[in-house]
Design a protein around this ligand. Structure first.
Ligand code: BGC
Length: 735
């Protein structure tokens, strides 16, 4: 399709008003095939249709490779792996004839309860920015446009279509906007505006954030599309900088038959009237319900751009130039596509093996008393509610349908040469899906009872019990607590009390409570490991590969996060008729908060053990003021190879403004062979030393800073001090 950019102005020029209005409003009804969103063709202008599909963990269309959750990719701390992942999902998207992928998501993890944490990379803006840009480069290298989402301060699912994030500009710039800025620097094709409000204004209507910051300052020249049904006031959104309303149609245009309406609206079940009268009344009742946004479910009643923009153009209350600018931006999506390489098959072996690599590289070894890795002849009891199902992902628009999966029981069976006994010991924890089922309370802890005795017997007889547990997370709903649902904690305690040695594998969307950690010998966090869950687990448990992951999010304790007060999360309604979440913690989220408040954590940001042993030998800073790089020598003193994530943190000594005690400024994931030493140079950019000031923008003050090389935000190995001085900076070679 590839439309050269220089044709865009001619195209805009030659379009009728009706055609322009059609192009800034998507649809979901395809003339050929299916998609999550779609722009219809304009045959008169030889403009083909343009298809968009979810999502961040793999392509949500028919069968596709179900990769580990984005937070697992975050845990790899490896942009090169993110690019390989992007290339794979880009190729699968292209192979399905889709032009634009609705991924990646890069909202920062502000609250551990957010239902979509698994779709994001972590809590640090530099780290998320590095991974999101690498992912985008991979996707777009395949002739597919990437869509970064959800701009911005979209940090909770609770009341997601209503809540207002009360957040100041410094926190927006230093934290929440930064991964989006990185995405723009990576030339992302589209930006999706979020459901929530920011400081009282809907994201889709936020002129300062959309036009002034994103477009004018960051230099984004593609279209801002709304999240699905996130346009509330069409005119306000178009004026503010939203260029494309998605999906652009109401549910009634979408679903012609009543039975289809019923299926789609099933998740709204709990809000329907008890007595359902005849068909007409039913449709009216659905219409009433559907036109009120509730909880996490958007109002999907009708298109706002369709009627409102046309009427406003008629009365001169909307400028035709702005419509032209919107159309031009939307048309840039047509310059991204390359339909010449639609031949790549899906679920190819190399994608499956990449899914396994990301799963192993993202697995975090939280604790190990030496029980891991297991020797091949170990007799293993594999226990847990879902050991015979691969934990493919969480609920919502990121759900992927893989053609094959490897569950934990099979993954261990395939690898072990000793005996393997499988016992659930707990009823299955259901996987949520907002597409097919009621997202009610049963997903958050209500389970039937199951006989635990076979699991106890298996654990007692084996050399090692491997207990696989999981949390439950879905779009449109937050997790009510950090506890594992059901009685999984008790299951672990009981097994640990009976087994010789116990290894716990936590499949988690983000931070979870680990109250049994002292009673077990080892704990792995594998996030949502995707379709290769079992093969990755087998490889890590038996030591074929080193668990390469480090926590991209602090594992704190319930009640100790900055979002513990209700005013902060999920927010309360004051004089406004919508909930307001006060981002009182300002720039102190995640480890920035725990460090500033000197609070203890379960496991710090950046933590993760290896099967090898590393020693840090030297740290020196490169040229420039502030320094442009740091050079670190690391030694693997073990008799096996291992993977280390070298982390650099910057600690200002005596800052002029309140700043976090340390901030991540660089990192590198490296594989070091047994008994070898290597020297690595890691770049530092100027932002590493800067803070955002409303008047002066990004600011670097004179003064002393420490650069620390660390194995986590709380495990510094070496540090060195440098003095930043503006005078020297000016003398320094221009960058
Ligand atoms: C989600 C988006 C997704 C869109 C289309 C929305 O509910 O927030 O992330 O891309 O639906 O499925």
């Amino acid at each position: 399709m590839s439309t050269p950019p220089d044709r865009l102005d001619d195209l805009v020029e030659s379009m009728t008003r009706e055609e322009k209005l059609r192009l800034v409003r998507g649809t979901v009804l395809l003339d050929e095939g299916r998609a999550t969103g779609y722009l219809p063709s304009i045959d008169r202008l030889d403009l083909p249709s343009l298809k968009m599909v979810d999502g961040p963990l793999g392509v949500r269309l028919d069968e596709a490779t179900a990769f580990p959750a984005s937070i697992a990719l975050g845990a790899t701390f490896d942009p090169a792996l993110a690019t390989a992942f992007g290339e794979a999902i880009g190729a699968e998207t292209r192979a399905k004839g889709i032009d634009v992928l609705l991924a990646p998501g890069c909202n920062l993890i502000r609250t551990p309860h957010c239902g979509r944490n698994f779709e994001y990379y972590g809590e640090d803006p530099y780290h998320s920015g590095a991974l999101v840009s690498a992912t985008i480069e991979g996707i777009q290298s395949q002739g597919v446009g990437a869509t970064v989402k959800h701009y911005v301060a979209n940090n909770q699912e609770h009341d997601r279509t209503e809540v207002s994030a009360a957040v100041d500009s410094r926190a927006l710039r230093e934290l929440y906007c930064r991964p989006f800025e990185a995405a723009v620097n990576a030339d992302v094709a589209a930006v999706m505006a979020a459901y929530n409000r920011i400081n009282g204004t809907y994201a889709t209507e936020h002129e300062a954030l959309l036009t002034d910051v994103l477009k004018d300052e960051f230099g984004f020249d593609g279209p801002v599309m709304s999240d699905w049904y996130a346009v509330n006031n069409g005119l306000a959104a178009a004026r503010a900088g939203t260029d494309l309303e998605m999906p652009g149609v109401g549910v009634y245009e979408m679903l012609p038959t009543q039975s289809e309406r019923l299926t789609l609206l099933a998740p709204l079940d709990e809000w329907w009237p008890d007595s359902i009268p005849g068909p007409d009344a039913l449709v009216n009742a659905i219409a009433r319900r559907a036109s009120t946004s509730r909880g996490g479910i958007p109002n999907f009643s009708e298109s706002k751009f369709a009627a409102e923009l046309e009427a406003a153009l008629e009365t001169d209350s909307f400028s035709p130039e702005r419509l032209d600018a919107m159309v031009r931006r939307v048309l840039t999506l047509y310059t991204r596509g390359d339909r010449s390489n639609e031949s790549t098959g899906i679920n190819a072996n190399d994608h499956r093996s990449l899914a396994r690599t990301i799963a192993t590289r993202g697995t975090v070894l939280l604790k190990n008393d030496g029980v891991l890795p297991l020797s091949a002849d170990t007799d293993v009891a594999v226990i847990g509610p879902n050991v015979t199902t691969a934990k493919v992902g969480g609920g919502g628009s990121s759900e992927v349908n893989p053609s094959s999966t490897v569950d934990p029981a099979d993954g261990i069976r395939n690898r072990a040469s000793g005996s393997v006994t499988v016992a659930q010991g707990h009823p299955p924890i259901d996987d949520p899906s907002i597409f097919s089922i009621d997202i009610g309370s049963k997903f958050f802890g209500e389970t039937e009872s199951t006989d635990i005795q076979p699991a106890i017997d298996a654990a007692t007889a084996a050399d090692v019990a491997v207990v696989v547990v999981q949390d439950v997370a879905t779009e449109a709903r937050d997790r009510p607590s950090l506890e594992l649902p059901g009685e999984q904690n008790q299951l672990i305690q009981t097994i640990a009390a009976n087994a010789d040695r116990t290894v716990v594998v936590v499949q988690a969307s983000g931070p979870v409570a680990l109250p049994w950690i002292e009673s077990v010998n080892a704990t792995l966090c594998s996030w949502y490991p995707g379709q290769e869950a079992g093969s990755a687990l087998g490889a890590v448990l038996f030591g074929d590969v080193d668990p390469g992951g480090r926590l991209p999010v602090t594992f704190g304790r319930e009640g100790t996060y900055p979002t513990s007060a209700q005013t902060s999360y999920p927010g309360v309604s004051g004089n406004e008729n919508y909930p307001v979440a006060q981002y009182d913690e300002d720039v102190f989220i995640g480890y920035r908060w725990f460090d500033d408040h000197e609070r203890s954590v379960q496991f710090p940001f950046g933590h993760g053990l290896s099967y090898a042993q590393f020693e840090y030998r030297s740290l020196s800073l490169g040229e420039g003021n502030p320094p442009e790089s740091a050079t670190v020598t690391v030694s693997n003193t073990a008799d096996r190879s291992g993977r280390e994530v070298i982390q650099l943190y910057v600690e200002p000594e005596d800052p002029a403004v309140d700043r976090p005690p340390r901030e991540l400024a660089g990192f590198m994931s490296v594989e070091l062979p047994a008994n070898t030493e290597h020297t690595y140079t890691i770049d530092l950019d100027e932002r590493a030393f800067a803070y955002y000031d409303d008047e002066n923008g990004w600011t670097i003050d004179d003064g002393s800073v420490t650069v620390a090389v660390a194995r986590s935000s709380r495990n510094t190995q070496l540090r060195t001090e440098t003095v930043i001085s503006a005078e020297q900076s000016e003398d320094a070679e221009p960058r």
